[in-house]
Design a protein around this ligand. Structure first.
Ligand SMILES: [Zn+2]
Length: 468
C-alpha cells in the first residue's frame, strides 16, 4: 500500500492523508479545512487534490474543523461512501459542520455585496448548510476499541486519545498478499492531565505511524493551581472592584473546562455570589454534547458526577441564547462573568463584550488559550495599548490576564510518552504532520534520540510506499 500526504504537511490545518491499497482501494484519513492561510485559504479548500468519486471510505479522527471541515465539500464533489467516526465525534460534527456552513454562507454574502457593486459575478460558498446536512447522512458511528472490517483488505480501530470529546487515534490494518501491515494515525493527541477527559490510551502496535507535532518543540506551562488563579481574578475584579470578567473561550472543550472549575468552586462554597453567563449558542450546544458523553470523562469527573450530576450548571449560571438577551448584558451594571466564543476573540459575541468592557479599568479580560498572531486575543496578550474592534480604536484600560495551561494538545514530552506504548524496533517509520517546520524538526530529533529508527517529514503531495 501507499500513503499520500495531501494536507497538514506544511501547516497545522487541513488534515488529509490518503491510503491507497494494491487492489486500488482508497481510504481517506480526515478531510479538514485549511484555516488562516491568508488569501490562498479559500482556493486551497476548494481544491481537494484528490478524486472524491474514487474514495471508498473516510475515517475521521475527531470533530475539529481542521480535521473534518472539508467533508461537505468532499460529498458535494462526488464522494459517495461512508464517513466512519466515533459516536461523540458524530455529535460534535453535527453542530460544528453546520456552524462552519453558516460562516461560509455569511462570508460569501458579505463578499458578494461588494462584488455586485463592482460588477463582478457572485461567488458560491464552499458549502451551504443544506450541503453540510447532506454530508452528515454519510456518517457511520463506530465505537472505540472494536475492529471494524471495511472489506477483505482493510479494517480499522479507534482508540481514545484524550484530545476532545470523541477524539480518536486510528489504527488501520491492511492485509495484502497474505501479509499484514498496520498504520496508526495519532490524530491530535490530548493531555495526560486533561481536566475533563480520559488520558490518551495505548494504541495497537504499528508498523508505520502518522504523528501530529503541533507542540513538537514546546513544553506546556505546568497546570499548577488554575482554580485558585481563576478565583483570585474573580475576587479581585468582581468583589473588590465591582467589575466584569470577560472570558473568550472555544465553544467545545475550553468552555466546559472553565465551567467545571467554577462548578467545583461553587460546591466548595468559594465562588462569590455573582452572576455568570455563557453567551454563545454554539457553546450551549457543545456543552450539551459533552454532557451526553460521560464515557469519555476521566475518573475524577466520573466520581464528581456521583455528587453533582451536572458539572456544567449551577445556581447563578445562565446560558444565553437570544441576541436580545446578549445585548442586555451590556446594560448590566452589577459585576458578572461572561464566557463567550470565539477563544481567540476574533469573531462571535465575545468581540462585542470586549468592545463594551475594555475601556473600564475595573474589568478583566481573561484569555484562556492559544491565540493565533494578529487576532484580537493575541493583541491583548501582547499588551497593546489600544485595539481595533469593528472599525474603531478602543484604549485598553481593562486588565488582561491569561490562563494558558489548558491546551488540548500534547507537548513534546507527552507525545513521547504517548508513543512509548510502541515497540520501537517494530516501527519502520514515523511520519510527522500537523506542525510548523521548527516543531517537526525538533520532534524528529527527539524521537530519533528516543530510539525510533526512521522519522520522516513529508511534504504536500508526497507518496510513500509502505512495505510489509
Ligand atoms: Zn484537534
Amino acid at each position: 500500500m501507499k500513503i499520500k500526504f495531501i494536507g497538514a504537511t506544511e501547516s497545522v490545518t487541513g488534515s488529509k492523508h490518503l491510503l491507497l491499497t494494491e487492489k486500488g482501494r482508497q481510504v481517506l484519513l480526515d478531510c479538514g479545512l485549511y484555516q488562516g492561510m491568508g488569501r490562498e485559504t479559500d482556493e486551497m479548500n476548494r481544491h481537494l487534490d484528490l478524486d472524491p468519486s474514487k474514495i471508498d471510505a473516510v475515517i475521521l479522527s475527531h470533530g475539529h474543523i481542521d480535521h473534518c471541515g472539508n467533508l461537505p465539500n468532499l460529498v458535494k464533489q462526488g464522494f459517495n461512501g461512508w464517513i466512519y467516526c466515533t459516536p461523540a465525534t458524530y455529535d460534535v460534527c453535527s453542530i460544528l459542520l453546520i456552524d462552519s456552513a453558516h460562516i461560509h454562507e455569511g462570508d460569501i454574502r458579505f463578499l458578494n455585496k461588494r462584488r455586485t457593486r463592482t460588477g463582478q459575478s457572485p461567488l458560491k460558498p464552499l458549502y451551504t448548510v443544506h450541503e453540510a446536512e447532506k454530508c452528515l447522512k454519510h456518517f457511520k458511528k463506530i465505537t472505540f476499541d472494536t475492529d471494524f472490517h471495511l472489506n477483505d483488505e482493510l479494517s480499522f480501530r479507534f482508540t481514545e486519545n484524550g484530545h476532545i470529546i470523541g477524539s480518536a487515534a486510528i489504527t488501520v490494518t491492511v492485509v495484502e498478499q497474505g501479509k499484514t501491515t498496520r498504520l496508526a494515525f495519532t490524530g491530535d493527541i490530548g493531555r495526560y492531565s486533561d481536566p475533563l477527559l480520559i488520558a490518551p490510551e495505548n494504541f495497537p502496535q504499528a508498523d508505520y505511524i502518522i504523528c501530529e507535532s503541533t507542540y513538537g518543540d514546546r513544553l506546556h506551562e505546568p497546570v499548577g493551581d488554575t482554580e485558585s488563579k481563576l478565583m483570585n481574578i474573580l475576587n479581585k475584579t468582581c468583589v473588590e472592584n465591582q467589575g466584569k470578567v470577560i472570558i473568550p473561550a472555544f465553544s467545545l472543550g475550553r468552555t466546559q473546562e472553565i465551567l467545571y472549575m467554577f462548578d467545583k468552586l461553587k460546591n466548595k462554597g468559594l465562588l462569590p455570589d455573582i452572576k455568570l453567563y455563557v453567551d454563545s449558542p454554539l457553546s450551549s450546544k457543545a456543552t450539551n454534547i459533552v454532557r451526553k458523553h460521560p464515557e469519555s470523562f476521566n475518573e475524577e469527573l466520573r466520581n464528581y458526577l456521583k455528587r453533582d450530576p451536572d458539572p456544567f450548571g449551577f445556581k447563578n449560571l445562565s446560558y444565553i441564547e437570544e441576541t436580545a438577551e446578549s445585548k442586555a448584558l451590556n446594560e448590566m451594571k452589577e459585576p458578572c462573568v461572561i464566557i463567550s466564543a470565539s477563544g481567540m476573540a476574533d469573531a462571535g459575541r465575545v468581540k462585542h463584550h470586549i468592545a463594551n468592557n475594555i475601556g473600564n479599568e475595573k474589568n478583566t479580560i481573561l484569555i484562556t488559550g492559544y491565540c493565533a498572531p494578529n487576532t484580537l486575543g493575541a493583541k491583548l496578550m501582547n499588551g497593546e495599548k489600544s485595539v481595533h474592534i469593528f472599525g474603531e480604536f478602543y484604549p485598553v484600560k481593562a486588565k488582561v490576564e491569561s490562563i494558558l495551561s489548558l491546551s488540548a494538545h500534547a507537548d513534546y514530552s507527552e507525545i513521547i510518552r504517548y508513543l512509548s506504548c510502541q515497540n520501537k524496533d517494530q516501527v519502520k517509520k514515523i511520519f510527522l504532520v500537523h506542525g510548523e517546520t521548527d516543531a517537526k524538526t525538533s520532534l524528529k530529533e527527539k524521537l530519533i534520540s528516543e530510539g525510533f529508527k526512521d522519522v520522516s517529514i513529508p511534504v504536500k503531495g508526497e507518496s510513500y510506499k509502505l512495505d510489509h
